[in-house]
Design a binder for this molecule. Structure first.
Ligand code: HT7
Ligand code: ZN
Length: 859
């Protein structure tokens, strides 16, 4: 497959001001008549040829200005139509079988309905078209279908006509007045019911809102509806963005490759991000629904009104929209905890990507398959890069930059450079050097030292940006670091400062410190970097108890634990040293448990141990077996040492009645965490406690938390709870996903055997991405099983990739990075991982998606 380069961008030679699509829809045979008004683009190359992308299509008929023509040829999957003049109408007829579409791109069948997914290059599976984001057209869509099976016919924009036809068929016509690229086209037809409501915009316009689901799911759409209304209001208040159609529809579908899709006026969602009630969804699920509803809604401006010129600019809409949804959720749920969670996601997914063979800048220079670039780097690092601009400018100036960006580029297909320029002009920043964040991959490491002499404290900073594929040497990045210098006795500081590290090294002197202060750095995670410093344990204990920046406080707690675990893993510690550090950690935990100024959400954050992935990331070469043993050892120690405190805390939080407010969510978080410590220190007691929590649970957070712990232990409680859970929720696919996932991610020593058995379960299918992620995705997130010394975990995932690739290459390719981390592993595991990658690479007819990921991972 060819490599596509950013530098090769050329405007499309033709403009397509309007498109009319006529669909004759049925599950097994759909016919499309696509009529495009085309006009020569003065900014493009002068050519009589209209190159139209296609994928798995044949043209049944081509017409120019209404006359059938033979003036066309195929060039691979693309259709080339030669036209005589500068302005024409070109019509093409195609036909295909949606029920045979397992790729879930283009038009496909899901649970008896038909729906589309066009981003990034799915529209070309429906009709021949310049399927690129810089070709903007207004769309008129006519749909005809059998009325009984498909009573609801939806597309973008507003419905302009509808009626009955003969033979039990009916039709609807929709028109979207906003010019859009093909990736934002959508159509859904099916037997659906709607939760309907309305929203009055800031200028007083009434917008009708509908959330369409299958009959029976309606009661679980209320949280999505309130999240939608909250998002619409928040975007008006925080960014001045008003909705621009009279109708906003959301449809939930159960077979979906990603979380959701922002099609203009017709968002299509994975059911996982729409349906939620306390009986079947955890607190995390509720937050997920709120976040994804907001994300897709915010795309209406950051993505739809201003779209991307080409797919290299993907972070322009995704990074910016992630930042917007993060700020929204901070306002909804509390700033501190949300920020800590977002950083955990970044470190868990993006840092490993940025230090591995698939590292790429937030604006890549090349790709083979664009679906592989919907990555944590584009989304989450992209958001951090824009967040840094906000930190440097301040919220008000940042807002001015955003306003200018929307004003300048409304209705256009823009670039990351356009965004940066608008930010420079609107916010008054000089971002010349900052542009490197778009160009260079790799997470910078900032090495920090604080010296003290006389009255002066001297801060020394050095940055190193690691080499990444195709970028062996790096230039220094501008790194905004929020710092504070604490007086240890008073527990206070004289104000936070923003230090800009723009060169390789920098030294800053601070006067007026008779005693050596305690440094708090990268507060609120002001830059997406790794801080390397040697902070004595007592100072970490101090910061973990006293830092007034909640992020920095949790960071100190993590550093305390990470430092110890890394020493333990490298077998540097004598028994008495280990006991000494563990006692300090237990003391810090006890302080967190006793701190009445903390709410339980934050208490839970401070009690979370670093993940195994994060610990692996901190090591040059990782031995997952040893990390697992050290981490479990500490868990058991804390569970035993703090038994009394945990017991009292559990008794308190157990009394908190169920609600969705912050206090009750915090109580549940703490409750479930205590169970995990108990499971490590006293498994039989933990089994009893978890079974008790499971049986009396009146919500999914408590039930799932208990089952999670039970799934990792042996005994009758485990078996009973797993059987009960399955029987209770057999008819609810999203909850059965949890049942698969909990077993695949469990700490049980036989997790691999369980996964193999589950793959043969009657409810398992490779055709549903949620189910595949629930089983195999969870399994790759289970380090002790995935990295089993035998190599069986690697084999299992390679087999899954090979079986999935012919059905759904996008999902198959997403499993490759787990094997691609082989360089990070101790030699025995590294060899086995590589061997599995080689086995995949030798398979016949590998998809472009999997081929690209495997090849990059092997280099
Ligand atoms: N913009 C959406 C991307 C998306 C997607 C990409 C490739 C394949 C399937 C897909 N479904 C949705 C999602 C978003 O970021 O909002
Ligand atoms: Zn998005």
């Amino acid at each position: 497959p060819p490599i596509i380069y950013r530098k090769d961008y050329k405007p499309y030679p033709w403009l397509l001001p309007s498109v009319r699509l006529e669909f004759d829809l049925a599950l097994e045979r759909t016919r499309v008549v696509n009529t495009m008004e085309v006009r020569r683009n003065p900014a493009g190359e002068a050519t009589p040829v209209l190159r139209l992308d296609g994928d798995n299509l044949e043209p049944l008929e081509v017409r120019i200005d209404g006359e059938a023509t033979q003036s066309w040829t195929m060039d691979g999957p693309a259709l080339l139509v030669t036209v005589p003049g500068d302005e024409h109408s070109v019509s093409i007829v195609t036909e295909f079988d949606p029920s045979a579409n397992t790729v879930l791109m283009g038009l496909y069948a899901s649970n008896g309905m038909l729906c589309t997914q066009c981003e990034a290059e799915g529209f070309r599976r429906i009709t021949f078209f310049p399927d690129r984001p810089d070709v903007l057209s207004t769309y008129t869509v006519r749909m005809e279908a059998e009325k009984e099976s498909f009573p609801v016919l939806l597309s973008n924009g507003n419905r302009t006509d509808a009626g009955d036809l003969t033979d039990g068929r009916h039709y609807a016509e929709w028109h979207d007045p906003w010019p859009k690229p093909s990736y934002l086209f959508a159509l859904v037809v099916g037997d659906l019911v709607a939760n309907s409501d309305s929203f009055t915009t800031m200028s007083g316009r009434e917008v009708a809102l509908n959330i369409y689901v299958r009959d029976g799911d309606l009661e679980r759409t209320h949280h999505a509806m309130s999240s939608l209304k909250a998002s619409m209001k928040w975007d008006e208040e925080a960014f001045g963005r008003e909705y621009d159609l009279d109708l906003f529809n959301i449809v939930a579908v159960s077979d979906f490759n990603m979380g959701a899709m922002e099609n203009k006026g017709l968002n299509v969602f994975n059911t996982k991000y729409v349906l939620a009630d306390p009986e079947t969804a955890t607190d995390g699920d509720f937050d997920g629904v709120e976040g994804v509803i907001a994300h897709e809604y915010f795309h209406n401006w950051s993505g739809n009104r201003v779209t991307c010129r080409d797919w290299f600019q993907l972070s322009l809409k995704e990074g910016f929209t992630v930042l917007r949804d993060q700020l929204f959720s901070q306002d909804m749920q509390g700033e501190a905890v949300k920020r800590i969670e977002d950083v955990r996601v970044l470190r868990g997914a993006q840092f490993p990507e940025d230090s591995g063979p698939l590292a790429h800048p937030i604006r890549p220079d090349s790709y083979r398959e664009i679906s592989n670039f919907y990555t944590a780097t584009i989304y989450n690092k992209g958001a951090e890069v824009i967040r840094m601009m906000r930190t440097m400018a301040g919220p008000q100036a940042f807002r001015k930059g955003c306003d200018l960006y929307f004003e300048r580029h409304d209705g256009e297909a823009a670039t990351c450079e356009d965004f940066v320029k608008a930010m420079e002009d609107g916010a008054g920043l000089d971002l010349t050097q900052f542009r490197r964040w778009y160009e260079q991959a790799g997470t910078p490491t900032v090495t920090v030292r604080l010296d003290h002499s006389g009255d002066e404290a001297t801060l020394s900073l050095r940055q190193d940006v690691p080499p990444t594929p195709g970028q062996p040497a790096k230039h220094p990045m501008p790194i905004p670091l929020r710092i504070a210098l604490f007086d240890r006795d008073e527990g206070t500081h004289q104000g936070e400062q923003l230090v800009m590290l723009t060169e390789n090294e920098k030294t800053i002197t601070f006067d007026g410190f008779a005693k050596k202060p305690v440094l708090s750095i990268n507060r609120n995670f002001s830059a997406p970097v790794i801080i390397e410093r040697k902070t004595p344990r007592d100072k970490l204990v101090f910061l973990a108890a006293r830092d007034d920046d909640p992020f920095a406080r949790s960071e100190a707690m993590q550093d305390l634990v990470v430092g110890h675990l890394l020493d333990d893993v490298s077998e540097k510690l004598t028994d008495s040293e280990r006991d000494g550090v563990r006692a300090d950690i237990a003391q810090a935990y006890a302080a967190v448990i006793a701190d009445e100024a903390l709410d339980d959400q934050m208490r839970g954050e401070l009690m979370l141990l670093p993940t195994q992935t994060y610990l692996m990331e901190k090591m040059r070469i990782a031995d997952p077996g040893r990390i697992f043993a050290a981490r479990e050892g500490l868990k058991a120690y804390l569970g035993k040492e703090l038994q009394e405190q945990f017991h009292r805390l559990y008794e308190r939080v157990e009394q908190v009645l169920f609600s969705l407010d912050r206090e009750a969510k915090g109580a549940r978080k703490v409750k479930n965490l205590i169970l995990t410590f108990a499971a490590a220190s006293d498994p039989s007691k933990a089994s009893e406690l978890a079974a008790h929590q499971y049986n009396r649970a009146d919500n999914m957070t408590d039930r799932q938390g208990a089952l999670m712990v039970l799934a990792g232990l042996d005994g009758v409680e485990r078996t009973n709870a797993l059987i009960d859970f399955y029987n209770r929720y057999e008819d609810n696919p999203l909850v059965i996903d949890k049942w698969f996932s909990l077993q695949a991610i469990s700490l049980h020593p036989n997790a691999i055997e369980h996964v193999k058995a589950l793959a043969a379960h009657k409810d398992f299918t490779l055709r549903n991405p949620n189910r595949v992620r629930a089983l195999y995705g969870s399994f790759t997130g289970n380090p002790h099983a995935f990295h089993a010394e035998s190599g069986e975990g690697y084999r299992l995932i390679a087999d899954c990739i090979l079986a999935l690739d012919p059905l759904n290459p996008q999902i198959a390719a997403r499993f490759v990075p787990a094997l691609g981390r082989w360089r990070k592993m101790e030699p025995k595991r590294a060899k086995m991982m590589r061997k599995e990658l080689e086995r995949i690479s030798e398979a016949d007819a590998l998809s472009r998606d999997t081929f690209e990921q495997v090849t990059r991972s092997l280099v």
